[in-house]
Write a protein that binds this ligand. Structure first.
Ligand code: NAI
Length: 227
């Protein structure tokens, strides 16, 4: 399966495919045509075929897609069938909410440790995991080798924390901290999350006369056309 050189816009649509295919399975739907899938996902059928062809294509002419198989393949491409170790830094309101609400194992990661610089939080459990002080990071990372960190700390402390984590072998960041990691570490894998960006996009949609759906936006794929 060819996983390299896939455009970012295609990668960004894969979680939606995965989610929709899971919903179809829950509804007992075992096969679906690209046209039906396109109607449900509000993408064009040709866009779906082009996206899935990036990975070799899974459909059969006249049959459509096997939903379970396609979901498994999309999950495999996203790495959801792995179990790499990750840590979360910052056990405040946000860090606790993420720990409690996200089942990382479903997304290819084991949440192996939670860290905070506030010593008074040490040994408090969230979802069965004891918070550790950040001074335990070197020892923990040497033993468990986490590859990813969720950053739920203020921007003021994030720069130093990222430097430390990169030196300890962490090279991917789910970054809620508002610190621009890529500016200092262009090679790190970074997904910045700004909830207020989503709010501002909604603000535009709510106040604009035009219908605007970010999920339908072509995201730079100018070559994708409606059939
Ligand atoms: P909080 O104050 O409840 O928790 C922050 C936690 O981080 C505290 O337990 C604190 O001891 C710990 N901490 C601070 N500096 C640290 C460091 N250098 N190393 C390890 N731990 C450290 O704050 P909350 O509400 O959990 O938010 C955390 C951060 O996330 C805030 O800076 C906030 O701006 C940001 N945030 C970002 C959002 C986004 O959409 N990107 C949404 C909500 C919050």
């Amino acid at each position: 399966m060819q996983k390299n050189n896939i455009s970012n816009s295609v990668i960004r649509r894969l979680p939606r495919y995965y989610r929709f295919l899971g919903e179809l399975l829950n509804q007992g739907i075992s096969k679906i045509s690209s046209r039906e899938l396109s109607e449900k996902m509000r993408l064009t059928a040709s866009q779906i075929r082009q996206d899935l062809n990036c990975f070799g294509g899974f459909g059969q002419q006249g049959y459509g897609y096997n939903v379970a198989e396609l979901r498994r393949e999309v999950g495999h491409i996203l790495g959801l069938d792995k179990q790499d170790k990750m840590i979360l830094v910052g056990a405040g309101n946000l860090g606790r909410a993420i720990t409690v609400h996200i089942d990382f194992a479903k997304y290819g990661y084991e949440l192996a440790g939670i860290f905070d610089s506030n010593i008074s939080l040490e040994n408090i459990e969230i979802s069965g995991i004891k918070i550790m002080h950040t001074n335990k990071l070197p020892e923990f990372c040497a033993e468990h080798k986490p590859s990813m960190a969720v950053l739920c700390i203020p921007k003021s402390g994030a720069k130093d924390m990222v430097k430390t984590l990169i030196e300890l072998g962490v090279n991917a960041f789910w970054n809620f901290s508002h610190y621009d990691i890529h500016y200092d570490y262009p090679d790190a894998a970074v997904e910045n999350v700004h909830l207020t960006d989503s709010l501002m996009t909604l603000s535009y949609a709510a106040r604009s006369k035009q219908e605007y759906s970010p999920e339908c936006a072509p995201e730079g794929d100018a070559d994708i056309t409606e059939e």
